[in-house]
Design a protein around this ligand. Structure first.
Ligand SMILES: Nc1ncnc2c1ncn2[C@@H]1O[C@H](COP(=O)(O)OP(=O)(O)OP(=O)(O)O)[C@@H](O)[C@H]1O
Ligand SMILES: [Mg+2]
Length: 340
């Protein structure tokens, strides 16, 4: 199965809800693009991919449909996913390869058969040959530098745009794990609704994400930049309203509580010895949401352990997939265990 032809190219592909990363073995990271595609309406023809298509999001351009084909970490629009991946694979390889490349990818830690098949089939239809899927929590743990050869349990939480993968890592595998359909997109949506309900201002998803990144924090004193309603102006209704935008810290805190509870639920189901092991060392937070100010403090308090953000958290999954690609012999046949 894993006996690879030496002349076949090998790729690591992280198909995220927000971003697609592609690394080519011996060449490194060649694609880091938003998972966004724009079609002429009626889907006659794709007209923009990646960052170019992202600029069209939230702008009502007539006769153009802009979509994000991955939702909550899973393939939501198969055909659009294939079209986008085909374009990105071509970008990475620069030509049509003689042999379909072998791809290592990351799937939800708790994937259904249907979700797993959709991702693998999308990659194959887009031009991949053999596709090896590893659990996202495992890829993130490898990318964050957690040891893969030790029996002591470690907690990793990967919080991206559409999903949160929680994993207990021991001996290079996920001993217990869960995928929540919750991520940064849901925080954006919570902000959008909050601004509408409290200030009667309609903002798009992209502007809500700006608010989260610029002014988002889990406690008011951590806010880097105090936003005013006039800063939210998109349609010209609040341009002269200089009141402060308040309450975002409480909103984010409330929105993240279910994730903390789910993680606690997994921790509480572990034998006491494993829980002790986890508490004694740093737990790792990866994914873009790890950059939210105060999130590690909130999770540390709620879970009664030490949660640390991985360096370059948005790259952990692709870095983990790259490391696995470079050491495929250390990956079990089913892709669920990586020991090196
Ligand atoms: N500085 C920041 N502060 C808060 N959130 C951020 C920051 N930078 C990025 N994010 C958020 O991180 C998320 C993207 O993270 P990431 O790239 O890990 O997602 P993804 O891998 O594409 O999605 P998923 O793994 O859920 O399918 C977005 O919701 C984005 O708004
Ligand atoms: Mg991700």
């Amino acid at each position: 199965m894993l006996s690879l032809l030496p002349w076949k190219q090998k790729l690591a592909v992280d198909v995220g809800t927000a971003t697609c990363h592609i690394s080519v073995q011996d060449a490194g990271l060649l694609v880091r693009e938003p998972m966004v595609i724009a079609f002429e309406t009626e889907r006659h023809r794709p007209i923009a991919y990646g960052s170019e298509a992202k600029q069209m999001l939230d702008r009502e351009v007539s006769d153009v449909e802009v979509l994000r084909p991955i939702e909550s970490g899973v393939v939501a629009d198969f055909d659009a996913t294939v079209t986008l991946l085909r374009y990105f694979l071509h970008q990475a390889l620069g030509h049509r390869p003689l042999f379909a490349p072998t791809v290592v990818t990351a799937e939800p830690t708790e994937a259904t058969q249907v979700e797993r098949r959709a991702l693998v089939n999308a990659l194959k239809t887009a031009g991949a040959g053999e596709v090896i899927a590893v659990p996202r929590a495992l890829a993130a743990a490898v990318g964050a530098g957690l040891p893969m050869d030790q029996p002591e349990c470690r907690l990793v939480v990967d919080m991206g745009a559409g999903a949160t993968d929680i994993g207990i890592v021991s001996m290079g595998m996920i001993a217990a794990g869960k995928t929540l359909r919750f991520g940064g997109d849901d925080l954006d949506e919570a902000i959008r609704r909050y601004v509408k309900r409290n200030y009667r201002i309609s903002i798009g998803r992209a502007r809500a994400e700006d608010v989260k990144i610029m002014a988002g924090a889990l406690s008011p004193e951590m806010v880097a930049e105090q936003m005013r309603l006039s800063d939210l102006d998109e349609i010209g209704t609040s341009g002269s309203d200089h009141r402060k935008l308040e309450g975002i810290a409480d909103l984010l805190r409330q929105s993240l509580m279910p994730t903390a509870s789910e993680t606690l639920w997994i921790l509480d189901s572990l034998p006491e010895k494993q829980l002790d092991e986890i508490i004694q060392v740093e737990s790792m937070l990866t994914g873009g949401c790890a950059q939210l100010r105060g999130i590690t403090g909130l999770l540390s308090d709620e879970l009664a352990l030490t949660m640390t953000a991985a360096p370059d958290p948005m790259s952990c999954t692709i870095l983990g997939l790259e490391a696995i690609l470079n050491d495929l012999e250390a990956l079990s046949l089913d892709g669920r265990r990586f020991t090196r």
